[in-house]
Design a protein around this ligand. Sequence first.
Ligand SMILES: Nc1ncnc2c1ncn2[C@@H]1O[C@H](COP(=O)(O)OP(=O)(O)OP(=O)(O)O)[C@@H](O)[C@H]1O
Length: 279
Amino acid sequence: MAYLELKNVYKTYGEGANQTEVLSNINLSIEEGEFVAIVGFTGSGKTTLVNLINGLLRPTSGEVLFKGKRVVDTSHERGVIFQNYSLLPWLTVGQNVFMAVREAYPKKDKSFLKKRVSEYVDMVGLTPAINKRPKELSGGMRQRVAVARALAMNPEMIIMDEPLGALDALTRGNLQDEILNIWSQDKRTALLITNDVDEGIYMADRIIPLKPGPKATLGPEFKIEIDRPRDKTALNDNLNFKKTRNAIIEYLMDIGESRKSSSSEEFKLPEVSPKSFVA
Ligand SMILES: Nc1ncnc2c1ncn2[C@@H]1O[C@H](COP(=O)(O)OP(=O)(O)OP(=O)(O)O)[C@@H](O)[C@H]1O
């Protein structure tokens, strides 16, 4: 039995003339302990997909199953790191993380909760800002609080909706490594939605493209055959990295091109920084 399974999932917004079929016939199966990345075009329905998996939305048809049970609501078994951080503005950094930890560990005493809060705030490098409120923080700092808050809840599955996009390269790299540490420690299961192909290759076991919408579907999967732990600095010289990167980019460019020629809409390709593609 797959850990997370989406079977023939369709999602439509609106009614009548205002109806948009955003996702079409999505089939996805993730095994326990796997790290899967979905690389998507801007506006293709990535957040819709995340919300179907975390239980904030229901499919128009088809089903989303988590450990064999239909997802009907949110649950802290599935911790989501959103791209827009969603912190409570009247609480400090520490209090925001504390609230989440208390919800995840209702039976634990205050000293356990406080220790966990300081551990995770420290992990994202925000100990000096622990008593600040969100409005006193930069966007990147807020996003780090959101990462700490989600991971401190110890979710069985970590779902990430472009969580690191707003961060500078150094912080982004550090958080990628922290997320990988946490994922590998207890054999967590992870789903990363990203528009950064390199991030997907560095972190995931498989990459699956989400084609441009409307009626976005999943493309063929690309297996990442690079041993773990992966060395970021050595990746550029890794033959498998280059081959996989080339194959994914070629695929994305092809579907971007074919969509462009059959539609007047413009599609923005997922993020790729210029690099040498010689395999
Ligand atoms: N509640 C809603 N009602 C109607 N349309 C919606 C709703 N939410 C999203 N959409 C539409 O569905 C499509 C996909 O949106 P979604 O936010 O899932 O895409 P995305 O890939 O996450 O976008 P981005 O890359 O900009 O974050 C868009 O055309 C959007 O306008």
